[in-house]
Design a protein around this ligand. Sequence first.
Ligand SMILES: [Zn+2]
Length: 283
Amino acid sequence: MLKIKALFFTGLLLSGLFSECLASPLAEQWAKVTRPTYAVNSQSIGTYNAGCISGAVSVPANGTGYQLMRLSRNRAYGHPDLKQFIESLGQTAAQQHLGSLLIGDLGQPRGGPTLSGHRSHQSGLDVDIWFLLSKQAASRTLALNERETWNAPSVLAGQSDAINYTQWSLANEKVLEAAARMPEVDRIFVNASVKRELCIRHTAQGWLRKIRPWWKHDDHFHVRLKCPKDNKYCQGQDPLPQGDGCDAELNWWFSKEAKHPVIPKAPPKELALPALCDSVLKE
Ligand SMILES: [Zn+2]
């Protein structure tokens, strides 16, 4: 069972590794679009990895408890549920004095595949949030050039699996817990070492189940929302496995097999988008 899971994960990792060189003509078309379509009821269409969105909204560059990074990328769009999620997590961060959340990529104005390494973030329901910065950190508003040039620091020590406690703080646990407890959140991807850190301190907590180990994700966490209500063309993921995930499944992430996947010669095929996305692109 674990082995099958491992192969599945490996496939996804490899699609991630190869995505930089895909830069398909399809992705170029989606990346060129500068504005969302108008829709009374915003619709996330398709899956997180092969989808689009009609009626996306943009998240303001500054709000209570959060600020957006990399404004020049024009990837601050998502479903209104995603905007609401970010604003509400920002408010929690402000109320609890955790520091300002630095928000990375959301999605493109109409979603769809991107030119960068991101395979997901296509249906307006995914957002990357940096782990909180330690010292420089910033409850102040960052200048535009800082938002373009700062890089998210890793919370791991060197190339190891160990947490670097000068970068990691309890405030990060509080943010992750607050996010995972929100009912609209489907799952949150973090580096396996971050999951392990949470497991050591919070085992058997219901919210831990939503925190899923994934490759990389040592400098940010990735929040994925459930399909919004009445979005009938939105396709969610399989439900999460039972339990808090602090078990053999977590151990697998530290195995040789997980760390050194065999890389096949040919890159994986780009997934086809639902037909409905055609009209979203052309509108
Ligand atoms: Zn992401």
